[in-house]
Design a binder for this molecule. Structure first.
Ligand code: NAP
Length: 488
């Protein structure tokens, strides 16, 4: 078992070479409930470089054997882990809500998404295909084969602490790669719950390793180690750029899934009720802490007043409170720093001349007394150059920008350094096609909200929102070998 109960708190341990062990540092940090800050959900190790070194060594030692394990057997482990998780959804979701804050409904949906990603990856184990190609030389056969990358590092954020690592781990493992996972410091318990499912499924020692601790120390040590041949990183653009720099000397294969400033365009012919629902859910659910959250609504002036009224009405009706209370729509922000950052953007927006229509205030009395709660905010009269329209806020703050045409809407939508998700609401096929063609984003939704991705669709961003996105996740965790075979 990786956990033991001391003073009613869980004590988490790293998982290295098939064993749950404490960090060599002996240091621990508290995993705090952001909805009830007096509650320590767990104690988590503050690992150091030596722990990372052991984890990488274990992954390297297990690599050959795992690579040579037949693909159906690798797939079976991942599939069993998905089944184990499916049997534990309620407990895992409750832990997730307690350490991250999202509502219990969202936590269950995330667990379900994690299971779907694992099940999809398990199927892909048997689709690791190469190609045969016509040869220019008689007696020589040409073909390509896909091979596992080897030891891979998976570094993940706190906002989807279960589903993000689940998809990456499953895809890496089915290819025959071995993994060292470094989860976000704010959400170690969800990572432990995920690894426990793989352990229960019979993952061999060393194939999957988990090291917990600070990104600046162990994350950096992990991604710069020459034994690591692939890095799948999800997190902020600033840290992602640093990871790319750290990984450059080893030329490890890199996948970066980074920040967003996602636009949703509403044209004059749109179904405004459907648009308002999608905007409010896309902007504010998970407290706006989604890389794909809607943060800019770019609306045709003919319908701006009508849409704005619907948005304000829906937003003021949202209930903010503890995520474990199923009646609430928004939980707290994840920690004090995140709350402070988002609150500072409320002030920045006001100073820049945007008009705060609703929300933005911190909630700190009654049931909100011991958590990082705030009311979701809508700014009107936002200009594209304002910081609230350009920078990722990562909280429940929405900007409204009026435009006069589709052309202006697309130009406005593309005017940030990001390019992750996007959406348009319209009944005009021509508008939809033009938007789809011209928007600089990795994901486009027509008459749908900006968040949400299917397990069998590629997911990733353009520009400063990411790189290394492939048709299938298993493509990232493999590399091609070109074979020229003379057989006579
Ligand atoms: P973050 O601060 O960039 O951290 C992400 C991960 O990187 C964490 O595990 C972090 O560890 C680690 N890390 C920190 N410094 C590191 C370093 N120098 N070297 C290697 N690893 C390091 O992001 P976050 O605050 O957890 O998550 C929010 C961000 O993630 C937002 O920008 C959001 O848009 C983005 N995101 C993107 C996607 C996507 O698919 N495009 C999905 C979800 C989230 P610590 O926790 O210990 O600092």
């Amino acid at each position: 078992m990786m956990t033991s109960n001391t003073h009613a708190n869980l004590v988490l341990r790293n998982f290295i070479a098939g064993e749950w062990i404490a960090s060599v540092s002996g240091e621990v940090a508290a995993d705090i409930n952001p909805a009830a800050t007096g509650e320590v959900v767990a104690e988590t190790p503050l690992s150091v470089r030596a722990d990372v070194d052991r984890a990488i060594a274990a992954a390297a030692a297990a690599q050959r054997r795992w690579r040579d394990t037949p693909a159906p057997a690798r797939a079976a482990v991942v599939s069993r882990a998905a089944d184990v998780l499916a049997g534990r959804v309620d407990d895992v979701a409750s832990d997730l809500t307690r350490e991250e804050g999202k509502t219990i409904g969202e936590a269950k949906a995330e667990a379900t998404s994690a299971i779907a990603k694992m099940a999809y990856a398990a199927g892909d184990a048997l689709r690791m295909a190469g190609e045969t190609l016509p040869s220019g030389t008689e007696g020589v056969q040409l073909y390509t084969m896909r091979e596992p990358l080897g030891v891979v590092a998976v570094v993940t954020p706190w906002n989807f602490p279960l589903s993000t690592p689940a998809g990456k781990l499953a895809a890496a493992l089915v290819t025959g790669s071995t993994v060292v996972l470094k989860p976000a410091s704010l959400t170690p318990l969800s990572a432990v719950r995920l690894v426990e499912a793989f352990v229960a499924a019979g993952i061999p020692a060393g194939v999957l390793n988990l090291v917990m601790g600070g990104g600046g120390t162990i994350g950096s040590a992990l991604v710069s180690d020459p034994r690591v041949r692939g890095i799948s990183f999800t997190g902020s653009t600033a840290i992602g750029v640093g990871v790319a720099r750290d990984a450059a000397p080893t030329l490890a294969k890199l996948q970066l899934e980074l920040g967003g400033k996602n636009p949703l365009v509403v044209m004059e012919d749109a179904d405004l009720d459907a648009a308002a629902k999608a905007i409010v859910e896309g902007a504010f659910f998970s407290c706006g802490q989604k890389c794909t959250a809607t943060s800019r609504v770019i609306v045709h002036r003919d319908v701006k007043a009508a849409l704005t009224a619907k948005l304000v009405e829906r937003t003021t009706a949202l209930r903010v409170g503890k995520g474990l209370d199923a009646a609430n729509h928004l939980g707290p922000l994840v920690d004090a720093k995140q709350l402070e950052t988002v609150q500072s953007y409320i002030e920045i927006g006001k100073k820049e001349g945007a008009r705060l229509l609703t929300g933005g205030e911190r909630l700190s009395s009654g049931e909100h007394a011991h958590g990082y709660f705030m009311r979701p905010a809508i700014f009107d009269d936002v200009q594209s150059e304002m910081r609230i329209a350009c920078e990722e806020i990562f909280g429940p703050v929405l900007s409204l920008i009026g435009v006069a045409s589709l052309e202006e809407a697309i130009e406005t939508a593309n005017r940030t350094e990001y390019g992750l998700s996007s959406a348009i609401f319209t009944r005009n096929l021509g508008y939809a096609q033009e938007f789809t063609r011209c928007i600089q984003a990795g994901v486009v939704k027509v008459n749908g909200q900006t968040p949400g991705n299917a397990p069998n669709m590629p997911f990733g961003g353009r520009k400063m929102s990411g790189l290394g996105i492939s048709q299938k996740q298993i493509d990232f965790f493999t590399e091609l070998k070109s074979v020229y075979q003379r057989f006579n």
